[in-house]
Design a binder for this molecule. Structure first.
Ligand code: COA
Length: 409
């Protein structure tokens, strides 16, 4: 079966997580993604290694289905080869520190001149303005995009979330921009510049918190568990803070992840009050409506917890879902990696790597009926030099050997 992005060639100058997460998705959608690495390789090949001298899981889990070439972009020969690669590519993606590609000598004007159809995507920490030249990592974006100030409990410090919304969250925004530019190129024949800032992507994901910031002007946020409000949205623990109240309640046997997140929609109250052994609350005017419960959500979830603590989270999941009550057990990483339904959905997949052997990774969450994804290994450093430089760019074998000797590739 063909792939959605078959025939699309991506020059992938990304490193660490934000950029590689984007180009991995493009590869899964069928693009030919050629990762252009310095001779030392993407720094993550050597970071957090679990096996000596073997590419780390950090690298292998973010660079599947790509090819790898090495290229010294600071040598004149490297710049010439890169020029040839740009001419043959549809998309260039990079997430170096601000200005790095310009310093290599490749401004947008120059790149567009080389290939007017080129789509050139960059991920940076920030947009135009006072922070443009600042570097950024995941939690920097969480800090400056609204996530950290709104995550955690009221009486504790700001908290970073484990979900990599600054890196992989930005990566998926970049994919959207690249695909839109590809569609527009189909109409205009011209490529364009795609830029995504990590701070902007996190802010986009924190949109509802700015909703609440504006609601504060009209009084306290009744859906929040907090008792006092200042001029800013407070950290609200595990409260959903949305239209339907939710909280994480404890389950048996009381371990760190023996919790289930329960949401009480209006029709859920009758079955919940029956399940927890308090059927008299179903029609009690003090409890019967969402408005009546709003000032005692903590008490409501306490009553639910007094029931849930008697069962394990899987049992509670089954009991609540039998009544169509939305809920989610808190799944640990250990539970996730062996979860049968995730394996069945190709979301937990095992891949063979030439040096590390089999490793487990997270599959592609975007499912296209006519473009199935087979997750394949990440490449070794420079594994495809010969393929790309000799067979595809037409560099003669003796010149190829010389370029290797003088440290260009
Ligand atoms: N050949 C020669 N040099 C190369 C090269 C190649 N193939 N590929 C990269 N380099 C050089 C670049 O030219 C640059 O050198 P310069 O600073 O002399 O111009 C350097 O390697 C890369 O610099 P930088 O990207 O700033 O690396 P860093 O390790 O100092 O910073 C980040 C890492 C992530 C902080 C930074 O890349 C960044 O802010 N990126 C944008 C935001 C982002 O994506 N952050 C999330 C990462 S998950």
């Amino acid at each position: 079966m063909s792939k959605a992005l078959e025939g699309v060639r991506v020059l992938d100058m990304t490193h660490v997580q934000s950029g590689p997460s984007a180009t991995q998705i493009l590869a899964w959608l069928g693009a030919d993604v050629v990762k252009v690495e310095a001779l030392t390789g993407d720094i993550t090949r050597k970071q957090l290694r679990d096996i000596p001298d073997v590419d780390s899981l950090y690298f292998t889990m973010l660079n599947c289905n790509k090819r790898s070439v090495t290229l010294n972009m600071k040598s004149p020969e490297g710049k010439q080869i890169f020029t040839d690669l740009v001419r043959q590519s549809d998309i260039l993606v990079e997430n170096f520190g601000p200005g790095a590609v310009d310093r290599m000598g490749f401004t947008w004007d120059l790149l567009q001149g080389l290939n007017p159809g080129l789509i050139y995507a960059s991920i940076k920490g920030f947009g135009e303005g006072p922070y443009t030249h600042y570097k950024a990592y995941e939690v920097v974006a969480q800090a400056m995009g609204g996530s950290m100030s709104t995550t955690g409990f009221e009486d504790g410090p700001p908290v970073a979330t484990g979900a990599q919304i600054g890196d992989s969250g930005t990566g998926i925004h970049a994919v959207a921009g690249i695909l839109a530019a590809l569609v527009q190129r189909g109409q205009t024949g011209r490529g364009q510049r795609v830029t995504v800032a990590m701070q902007h992507a996190v802010l986009n994901l924190c949109r509802v918190k700015l909703r609440d910031q504006q609601r504060l002007a009209h009084g306290p946020l009744a859906e929040y568990p907090n008792k006092e409000f200042t001029g800013e949205v407070p950290r609200s623990g595990n409260a959903s803070g949305g239209g339907q109240p939710g909280w994480a309640v404890k389950c048996k046997p009381g371990g760190p992840n023996d919790y289930i997140y329960v949401i009480v929609q209006p029709p859920g109250w009758a079955p919940i009050s029956a399940l927890i052994g308090r059927p008299e609350l179903t029609d009690d005017p003090e409890w019967a409506t969402p408005e009546a419960r709003l000032n005692k959500l903590d008490k409501m979830f306490q009553l639910i917890e007094e029931w849930s603590i008697n069962y394990d989270k899987w049992d509670v999941l089954a009991q609540l879902n039998a009544h169509n009550i939305p809920c989610g057990p808190i799944l640990s990483t250990e539970e996730l990696i062996s979860d049968a339904s995730l394996v069945d959905n190709n979301m937990i997949v095992t891949v063979d790597h030439p040096e590390r052997g089999a490793f487990t990774t997270v599959g592609c969450p975007i499912k296209l009926s006519d473009s199935p994804v087979a997750v394949e290994t990440s490449p070794l450093l420079g594994q495809h030099n010969e393929d790309v430089y000799v067979r595809e760019l037409g560099i003669a074998p003796d010149r190829f050997a010389e370029l290797q000797k003088i440290g260009v590739i």
